[in-house]
Design a protein around this ligand. Sequence first.
Ligand code: ARG
Length: 592
Amino acid sequence: MTDLKRVLGEAVETAFAAIGAPPELGRVTPSDRPDLADFQSNGALAAAKRLGKNPREIAAAVADRLAGDPRLAGIEIAGPGFINLKIADATLADRANEIAADLRLGAGSVAVPRRVIVDYGGPNVAKPMHVGHLRASIIGESIKRLYRFRGDEVIGDAHFGDWGYQMGLLIGAVMDEVPAIRALVDDGNASGAAPADLSPLDAVTLSDLDRFYPEAAATGKADTEYRDRARKITMGLQSKQPGYYALWERFRAVTQVALERDFHALGIDFDWWKGESDVEHLIAPMVAELDAKGLLVDDQGARIIRVVQQGDKRELPPLLVVSSEGSAMYGTTDLATILDRQQAFDPHLVIYCVDQRQADHFEIVFRAAYQAGYSQDGQLEHIGFGTMNGTDGKPFKTREGGVLKLNDLIEMTRSKARERLTEAGLGENMAPAEFEDIAGKVAVAALKFADLQNFRGTSYVFDLDRFTSFEGKTGPYLLYQAVRVKSLLRRAAAEGFGQGVIIISEPAERDLVLTLDAFDSALTEAYDKKAPHALAEHAYRLSQAFSKFYAACPMLSAEPAIRSSRLTLAATTLSQLELTLDLLGISVPERM
Ligand code: ARG
């Protein structure tokens, strides 16, 4: 099952070879001028240079070779030597029927499946999630789904941030605020055993943490004594002092419940909820081993790994493995996590979907891992992304200037989605529960599509009005299109109209089939570049091609053979659109 671009490409490559030109120059691409041709090959220009001939002559010789190929309805030479190809209707129809009958809707899969871990989301205990986490979640989820669909075995891991300095800050802050908890924690630490009665800890809620953390973080910055205490507590936690540990477990539990709720609302699910703390047991032996390998260097009481390499344009700082207070750092848990993942899953590839601003961090960790022989070059890959900005061009903040909480963002988008639905007269006469479900789906589509339609490296401006519009290149527009096809198919079914073999006569049908055929190219590009925007683009093109087809080609009123052909085309378009959206993490309601 091969897409037309590749099938034609092979034919053109063979023709190039036959006239003594390098075959790879025969590559075809979709035509720049769809009004004139379906595909084009520009290779005659390069071939002419290599062979010292006139490009139009080369193009003519290639065209001669292709003449008579029944799959082609037209071969033309344009301009300086472009070869324009038009596919025969029958060949297009064959391909359309093939896609319609294919459970994968024309998508190929990887030849050799790999084991892949996608490290994404990266939420932290206590620290509120910011827009960087939102983007990591949206992009990472899509990459996980895409890789899985292509046939790889994929694990998505949240890599919960639960073992760093912020834990020490927070433990200190709660102990200051709640005397009963302080007594319990102190008792536990002193006696060396977990407190027998943990019930006072139940009083700690997420909103307490939300409240205490920003203050504690600010005090820690200004007040060195306060900071030193937080560091000491962090050390105590990392050496598992029972009082600290019990309180920390409570923090972790309340945070995770809330996070799972927020992620769930966004259609994001992790296979592993592992955290930094899960590799705690690997750290001491790892440090000993790194030391034995001669990789650790003492640096003012801390222990580091130097990672500078020849040819570096600027000097990368070393990996801080053990701080001067003796605690494990962010990079230490990352290094140990590489070991943990190897033991648990032995991945061929780990994709870290994290804010571009952490590019150096990952470069440092990866180099250390390669030096230590924990991973092989190329097995670890950081895919960074730009930020979601406010209109001021800086990372998006709330009106009060604080970090935007994920939950608030979801709520805000949902309420806008409700407004939009009502404005458009959609969702009328609907039970409140269904209306809510639809508003949720519109909100998720709005946020995710706005994010994924850009190449991930690009930053974009948060514009809720635009994102939630049912017009333009937006998630809600795509949902609306998909729902329209669903209702068309329901009407046809109610009339007793069945689907049948696809036949092609109208230009809008040709365009639609060519777009359906381009699915595998979009998938391949998204997969190879780890860039879901290629899929977002495909979803948009597909709904545009469908719109034109819908306007130009009557369906229910057409004669039976045409009607059943067009219904199959509509159903196939819907399936491919829903699949593409699903790979972006967007789900389509039944109606709206
Ligand atoms: N928790 C981190 C943060 O908030 C992100 C974690 C990314 N993944 C990783 N393996 N370091 O910045």
